[in-house]
Design a protein around this ligand. Structure first.
Ligand SMILES: [Fe+2]
Length: 429
């Protein structure tokens, strides 16, 4: 192509990307485009809802938190009903107004449904008369009974090309999971809309069908002024329990959810390792102690990003170890699900005092070197993985799968009266 023609094509491309089609000498103007394209993002919002996600609530047997995005400030709604195979369920749907807030050129809409019936299949859609999502289905948690969930380590890099197969395989294998845990570093650049677009594209309708429990990692933070700031996307696109410390810096990242006799706790390790004050460290630790000591349930699952024990020497998270581990020991936390090290490791039997299982994992394509560690029963790496966990009365069944669907590793925890959990290897032979 001649240079002149190439320059002209590049120029046209650049102004179209900027959202305007200007008349050029000798060029007929066919239309004026009011493009919704956001500079730098491959995922422009439109009037149609996208980035739909269910988030865990403090009580998912009766509540459901729903968030979505459009390019319009117009009021949004959720319509919901008990799911029914007859499509006229839609005529009986209840309409609930959402709260709308702007983020850059886009608008995020959110609401929390309350008063739902436990263990019931609901269907819902989001939007308004300018555009509605499809009807999605989700089941509320039961009051008690067998609970299954998915746990994923860092997605972070290679989200659309590589992470998509992991979350899809996990969901295909466990579509009735009651929640999905994302243990931080969901993206690489905290405020990069394109990466968030990839995360939502990769998960697709899974995000709108199974509640996500998301906890932030270091890559969900920016440091423009030298201080850590949580991604501007985080609290806009996730609607998370408001039962944390009360500190603004920890809102949306430190919370708990009680699901079928299991207390799930999200901790913010970034704001421990990079805490800006002693008061911040104390606030999270004191909240953790209150949340553990008041747990009426037999099981406790903690998720957080920076691990207590790492998969390579030199990657020590001193504040996490010093401020959290003594409480995990004191209150007999059953299992801690973590990320950050871009490898797989798990241990319990070599850790003193005996009693808490620790797991590190990665689901995206960024991999780090690893080495044999004293605390770990297994350390390995360069593998994209997902984990399916089932808790049924006195037994926790943890299984680790490769992105290909192959069972790779597993263990069982058995709860015993007056004693710490019994650990049993359950590796495939
Ligand atoms: Fe990280």
């Amino acid at each position: 192509m001649e240079k002149k023609a190439l320059d002209r094509r590049n120029f046209l491309g650049s102004i179209m990307k900027a959202g305007a089609l200007l008349p050029l000498a000798g060029t007929p103007v066919l239309s004026v485009v009011a493009s919704p394209l956001v500079s730098g993002s491959s995922y422009p919002a439109s009037v149609m809802p996208d980035r739909m996600i269910l988030n865990i609530t403090k009580d998912p047997s009766t509540m459901a938190a729903i968030t979505w995005r459009t390019n319009a400030a117009a009021p949004g709604f959720v319509e919901y009903a008990k799911a029914d195979a007859r499509p006229d369920f839609a005529t009986k749907a209840v309409r609930v107004p959402a709260t709308t807030t702007p983020l850059q050129q886009d608008y995020y809409h959110r609401l929390t449904l309350t008063g739902l019936q436990p263990d019931t299949l609901y269907t819902y859609r989001a939007g308004n008369e300018d555009g509605w999502s499809e009807w999605l289905q989700f089941r509320t948690a039961a009051a008690t009974g067998k609970l299954s969930f998915i746990y994923l380590g860092d997605a972070q890099v290679g989200i659309r090309p590589f992470w998509s197969r992991v979350i899809r395989k996990a969901y295909a294998q466990l579509p009735d999971a009651q929640l999905i845990i994302h243990a931080g570093d969901l993206v690489n650049r905290a405020n990069n809309d394109d990466e968030w677009g990839q995360w939502f594209e990769a998960g697709g309708y899974i995000h709108g069908s199974v509640p996500s429990l998301v906890t932030p990692g270091n890559h969900e933070y920016t440091h423009e002024d030298g201080q850590p700031h949580l991604s501007v996307h985080w609290k806009q696109q996730f609607t998370l329990p408001e039962n944390g410390t009360g500190l603004d810096a920890l809102e949306g990242s430190v919370f708990y959810a009680d699901v079928q006799g299991v207390r799930f706790i999200s901790l913010n390790t970034m704001m421990m390792e990079e805490a800006t004050s002693e008061a911040q460290l104390q606030a999270q630790q004191q909240w953790l102690e209150r949340t553990l000591s008041s747990n009426p349930y037999a099981w406790t699952v903690v998720t957080m990003h920076h691990p207590v024990f790492s998969t390579k020497k030199g990657r020590v998270n001193e504040k996490v170890q010093a401020w959290f581990k003594p409480l995990f020991d004191k209150y007999k936390v059953d299992i801690v699900l973590q990320g950050h090290d871009h490898a797989y490791g798990r241990g319990m039997q070599r850790i003193a005092p005996y009693g808490t299982a620790y797991v590190v994992s990665v689901s995206g394509s960024k991999m780090y070197e690893y080495e044999k560690m004293e605390w770990a029963d297994i350390v390995t790496g360069h593998l994209q993985m997902y984990h399916l966990v089932t808790i049924d009365q006195h037994r926790l069944d943890f299984k680790s799968y490769l992105a290909t669907g192959e069972l790779f590793d597993g263990f069982i925890l058995e709860k015993r009266a007056g004693k710490r959990n019994k650990f049993k290897e359950n590796r495939p032979s």
